[in-house]
Design a protein. Structure first.
Length: 735
């Protein structure tokens, strides 16, 4: 972590390559400047650069081979640091700053946490950013193990035996890469697909309509429609058969997937990304090839020209008659780790479960433009790094959307994504069928323990009983005691199955309002305001519609906001004895139709909150909230259960586990004597979230102590830095 006491306000990572090949780094270093070559953007960012800020020239790309770790054939994002420096003067023209540069020769490579934008502003305070800043400006080594096992990269790059849920992605990526070879000559591709149609069923829909009222085999094809040949509603065996034939045609050597779970399919009646020849413009198919090629260039590149080309190609492709939202699905097939699919189920999941607003086009129901799509992409990727976020990648999101269901989930047959809708009855294919949802996994208090809870079963049972009786429960305790982790698993145990659609999570913070949580006015895409229900009202509605099921709202850091203000009149109705229609109250805002209707909190809706009692910046929870919640204090849980878990499940060296335990116990005793129980260090700090590589236990514990526990001790003893330093030194003494 950089030395924050003397740290500048901002750190800047900037590009220096323009017009695809012109690397300006030598000129910038020799002239002692960095320059924004654009005449129409980034002015405000450049003007905000301050003398004393650190700056680095970077170049981003992807790599599959030559890493110091096993990438399993996956492409990893790389950012080369070519030069570092300190800004000495801002010329305030939005174009140039003067820099005292130091060349990095050869450039040093940083993995995973990268950015494609020409200007990337970084501020310290989060472990990924701190790691990047220390690597770039202090020549520190990157903690590759921590990054490759972070939530958004664990599936592809994690160490140890990781569950591979998205093996299909390699086949799709390989097929997309091979398809690029046909951009300038599509005749061999379409002729090959027609030959496949004679051997495998399911491709009879590739018949075009011509201006002279005749019909015949399709004479041209776009790459997305080619991929769509095995992404339609058919049996998995048939999908595999078509995919295998297409792989032979393209020269793909990656095995055909065993499963297509979570991969969005086309409606069988709308299986082209363009229209019949009778309505097709001359450049339609070319426009789709252009965006397909632009996407391949854009992925992993930080060249401004590649982004510009992608934006222009994307916006041009959405003008192709009938493509609409399905363009995002095609991009997802080709680059599943880089682009989100915005099919109808995914849009519903993103909007309802993730509470992320989907950008829309100029007209109702039209897809967003390229800038809106890229902003959504960046917003989602930023959340994938969070352990507690429901999904951690775009394939994960697509699978979760496929499994997700609630009272408002649209039927799969209402695929509004794209594709020609001018098929007549003589030429129509069978309607799309709903994919069977996988059975939900049952869940009980035993599962809570086998998932890694170190509480005894009778204590977990007691927690669940308090939740059932009181309806509202707060788990409080020092940091690292697993409050949020346990809250979600108690929710699943209460419901009886691992059903994400019945658990809504929200984090309270000082700026959260009643309008965000219950109901309030929100801006719409057309610049107007509309009354929109917040997470809690959505949960009330879902619970009311399914009275035989249980629903849970998990509120993280409940005392970081103002609960009385955020809940409003519903705080009164949370009480277990007031959960009846007779106790209903009108909300501050009416329903969407303008009418005010009384609302009550249903019996089958439960609330679990978490509270960090070591945060001295927070006010005490008021008595009104305390009366309505049962409070349970969690403590650090080391001991037999913890030792067994970290050795067997996490790969911690059995010869060192007792030593680690004693060091944490000694540190906590020191904290208790000086500060109190509420400031102890929880067991989560020394419970790896991923399996350690053999022989890495010492390095892992040392990193945890220095980068996680040490900063926490600095915060605890903010006015006595010597005390914090002594405690950390004792923790790692002799290690």
């Amino acid at each position: 972590m950089p030395n924050i006491e003397s740290a500048p306000q901002s750190y800047w990572f900037v590009g220096a390559t323009y017009d695809r090949t012109q690397d300006q780094t030598p000129r910038f270093l020799s002239e002692g400047i960095w320059e924004n070559v654009y005449d129409d953007k980034h002015f405000d960012l450049v003007r905000s650069m301050q003398p004393g800020d650190r700056i680095a020239i970077k170049s981003s790309y992807t790599r599959k081979h030559g890493m110091s770790f096993d990438g399993r054939g996956n492409a990893v994002s790389v950012m080369a640091i070519k030069a570092t420096g300190t800004i000495t003067q801002n010329l305030n023209d939005g174009k140039r700053v003067r820099v005292d540069w130091k060349a990095e020769n050869p450039p040093r490579e940083w993995y995973f946490f990268t950015q494609r934008h020409a200007i990337w502003r970084i501020t310290p305070g989060e472990w990924m950013r701190d790691g990047l800043l220390a690597f770039t400006f202090e020549d520190k080594r990157q903690d590759i193990e921590r990054f490759r096992n972070a939530p958004d990269w664990r599936e592809r790059f994690g160490s140890g035996t990781q569950k591979q849920s998205f093996g299909w992605t390699k086949f799709y990526e390989a097929a997309a890469e091979r398809l690029l070879n046909y951009r300038d000559d599509r005749r061999p591709l379409i002729e090959g697909i027609h030959r496949i149609a004679t051997r495998v069923s399911g491709l009879s829909y590739l018949q075009d309509k011509f201006a002279d009222d005749t019909s015949g085999p399709l004479k041209d094809i776009c790459p997305f429609t080619a991929l769509g040949t095995f992404n339609r509603s058919m049996t998995d065996n048939n999908r595999r058969a078509v995919a295998a034939e297409l792989a032979k045609l393209l020269g793909v050597e990656v095995p055909v997937p065993d499963s297509f779970d979570g991969v969005p399919m086309l409606n069988n009646q709308r299986s082209w990304f363009f229209s019949y020849a009778t309505k097709r413009e001359d450049g339609d198919i070319d426009a789709l090839w252009r965006i397909f090629s632009a996407a391949a260039q854009f992925v992993g590149s930080d060249l401004p020209e590649h982004r510009t080309e992608f934006v222009q190609a994307y916006d041009a492709a959405t003008g192709v008659w009938g493509v609409a939202w399905n363009l995002s699905t095609g991009l997802f097939w080709a680059h599943p780790w880089d682009f989100p699919t915005l099919d109808s189920q995914s849009r519903h999941y993103i909007g309802k479960h993730l509470s992320v607003q989907i950008p829309s086009g100029n007209k109702q129901g039209r897809p967003c433009d390229a800038e809106g799509y890229l902003k959504l992409l960046d917003d989602l990727k930023a959340r994938f790094t969070e352990d507690s976020y429901p999904v951690h990648s775009f394939p994960d999101l697509s699978l979760a959307a496929w499994r997700y269901k609630d009272a408002d989930t649209p039927p799969v047959t209402e695929d509004d994504n794209a594709l020609p809708s001018d098929l007549d009855a003589d030429n129509a294919q069978p309607s799309e069928t709903v994919q069977p949802l996988p059975p939900l996994e049952s869940y009980s208090i035993t599962n809570v323990q086998t998932d890694g809870c170190f509480l005894p079963l009778d204590e977990i049972t007691r927690l669940l009983d308090r939740l059932r009786m009181k309806k509202n429960l707060i788990l409080q305790g020092p940091p690292g005691t697993g409050k949020t982790w346990l809250a979600k698993r108690l929710a699943f145990a209460l419901i009886g199955e691992k059903d994400d659609s019945k658990v809504r999570a929200v984090q309270f913070h000082p700026n959260l309002s009643y309008e965000d949580f219950v109901r309030g006015w929100r801006p719409t895409g057309d610049g107007k305001l509309a009354l929109v229900d917040g997470i809690f009202m959505e949960a009330i509605r879902a619970a009311s519609k399914s009275p035989t099921s249980k629903f849970v709202v998990v509120i993280e850091e409940i005392n970081r906001g103002n609960p009385a203000q955020i809940f409003g009149e519903l705080l009164t109705l949370l009480e277990a004895g007031k959960r009846t229609p007779n106790e209903a109250l009108e909300l501050c805002y009416p329903d969407a139709d303008g009418k005010k209707r009384p609302v009550h909190v249903p019996e089958n809706l439960y609330v679990i909150g978490t509270m960090n009692i070591a945060d001295r910046s927070l006010a005490l929870v008021d008595l009104a909230l305390r009366r309505r919640f049962a409070f349970v204090t969690l403590e650090p849980k080391l001991g037999d259960a913890w030792r067994t878990w970290v050795v067997k499940q996490c790969g911690v060296d059995a010869r060192l586990v007792d030593d680690i335990e004693q060091r944490i116990i000694s540190l906590n005793e020191r904290i208790r004597q000086g500060l109190g129980n509420q400031f102890c260090i929880g067991h989560s700090y020394v419970t790896p979230i991923h399996r350690l590589e053999p022989g890495s236990t010492r390095d892992w514990f040392l990193q945890v102590a220095k980068t996680e526990i040490g900063p926490l001790l600095d915060e605890y003893w903010a006015g006595a830095s010597n005390t914090a330093e002594a405690a950390l030194k004792k923790l790692i003494e002799g290690w």
